[in-house]
Design a protein around this ligand. Structure first.
Ligand code: PHE
Length: 456
């Protein structure tokens, strides 16, 4: 039974919503994942494809999610239920709540490493490294240390819980308003530092000169999948944040700003990282280890590296924190709206549950490293299930729901609320949205999904 919650909170301001949603979008995906996948798939050529995916799929699905949330005024399960009046569609919301749990359970592992690396940076540990071999061996010794990895994971989870505990305005909005500007400033400082290093031009040309030889069919699909992950789409995080919006807010222009900020931060992170990597003659294609293996060595080789290493892992942790908050909020809002729990008990209970399911992911790097399901350890399995299956499937169903089930005309009427001037002045926006949400997004996402399943 759903419980009507008369006193459901709203965002205190438009900028509060934009910063919180951008905080959800900007995370490990932008700073840890984007630079290394761009490095592996041809630099500028990959970025070009990724930008097209963001515009053609990311933006319309983001608008669709926020719209479902604002109209349904509930968590993903409740909003789908309200708009569709059918159990089948509310299970799309339920899949989102489960995906939120799963992502959070491995996200807190990497975020915990990032917190731990602030401490390592401050201790000056990186100065003992003179080459990447020692750096990666050190990283492995830390991740194999259960107390270290689980300890920092708990610390990160407690930080996440503390923001969600205090609610939308006093917790999430206030936190985002402080953390997002700090993140942006730290990242800009890091990029300026990177550009100022002798030899940094090679890093810039790596990002600007397309290497089409490294691009193949797989790159297009990686770019599409990443578009989902980086914009927090397909699992109801943006829907939940949208549910705290009022009808006067312009969903279209807010979404545009969120997409712009997310893309900008990924590109600045690319500049900051690759200028420094090239200037210190390190390998740009180190893959997932780029941040934890290569960067510590980069820091030892650049002037002021000590302070920059601390700042960098601080900014990575902040980025991860604002994303983890949105993941936990999806789960909490479900139990508050649908089951009548108080926010405080939902945060405490599901923070605890997240910890329990996070343990196997953390242990995937030590005691459980040989334990495989479908050939993957827990960590990789949680990542694969969510990023490659659940998020694209969720995104596909969300676009089909808005365009075909709820219906394009009805959804457009809702979308116009708060955006009257924009749509009157630029009716072309409607045409674009219609083509993208009705045809482009569902068809392209379907192709990604087939590829993830190995059919394509
Ligand atoms: N967008 C976040 C990132 O880039 C990850 C995320 C995915 C957060 C889905 C919430 C929901 O790191």
């Amino acid at each position: 039974m759903s419980i009507t919650n008369q006193s459901r909170e709203n965002w205190g301001s438009r900028i509060g919503f934009i910063l919180a949603a951008a905080g959800s979008a900007i995370g490990l995906g932008n700073i840890w994942k984007f630079p290394y996948i761009a490095g592996e798939h041809g630099g500028a050529a990959f970025i070009f494809i990724y930008l097209i995916c963001i515009a053609v799929i990311g933006l319309p699905v983001l608008v669709a999610e926020v719209l479902i949330g604002r109209t349904g005024k509930k968590n993903p399960v409740g909003s789908f239920k309200k708009l569709s009046k059918s159990k089948i569609w509310s299970s799309v919301g339920a899949m989102g709540v489960i995906a939120g749990f799963l992502i959070l359970s491995y996200y807190i592992v990497i975020a915990g490493w990032s917190l731990g690396y602030i401490v390592e940076a401050a201790k000056g540990t990186f100065y003992e490294f003179n080459q990447s071999n020692t750096s990666s061996a050190y990283f492995e010794s830390l991740t194999q240390n259960t107390v270290w990895s689980i300890g920092f994971m708990i610390l990160f989870l407690l930080l996440t819980m503390s923001f969600v505990y205090f609610g939308i305005q006093k917790g999430i909005e206030r936190g985002s308003k402080i953390m997002m500007p700090v993140l942006l400033i730290l990242l800009i400082i890091s990029a300026i530092k990177g550009i100022s290093l002798p030899g940094s031009e090679k890093g810039i040309s790596f990002l600007l000169e397309p290497n089409w030889e490294l691009v193949n069919g797989k790159s297009i699909l990686v770019a599409l999948g990443h578009a989902f992950f980086t914009l927090s789409l397909g699992m109801g995080a943006m829907m939940t944040y949208g549910s705290y919006l009022n009808k006067e807010s312009n969903i279209f222009s807010s979404s545009l700003q969120i997409v712009f900020l997310d893309t900008l931060i990924a590109l600045i992170a690319g500049v900051a990282i690759f200028t420094a990597v090239f200037a210190t003659q390190q390998d740009p294609s180190a893959g997932p280890g780029l941040i934890f293996h290569t960067l510590p060595v980069v820091f030892t080789k650049m002037p002021g590296g000590y302070i920059f290493s601390i700042l960098f892992f601080l900014l990575l942790s902040i980025a991860a924190l604002t994303s983890a908050i949105s993941l936990l909020e999806v789960v909490v809002s479900y139990f508050v709206d649908e089951k009548g729990w108080t926010r405080h008990s939902a945060v405490i209970v599901f923070g605890g549950v997240t910890f329990v399911i996070g343990i196997p992911s953390a242990l995937s790097f030590n005691v459980l490293s040989d334990f495989h399901i479908f050939g993957l350890n827990f960590f990789d399995l949680a990542d694969f299930l969510t990023s490659n299956l659940m998020l694209p499937l969720g995104g596909l169903l969300i676009s089909i729901f808005v365009a075909w089930v709820w219906g394009f005309d009805k959804s457009l009427k809702e979308l116009k609320l708060g955006a009257e001037t924009l749509f009157d002045n630029y009716p072309i926006v409607i045409t674009f949205w219609k083509i993208f949400v009705k045809y482009f997004a569902p068809i392209l996402i379907f192709l990604v999904l087939l590829n993830s399943l190995g059919v394509l």
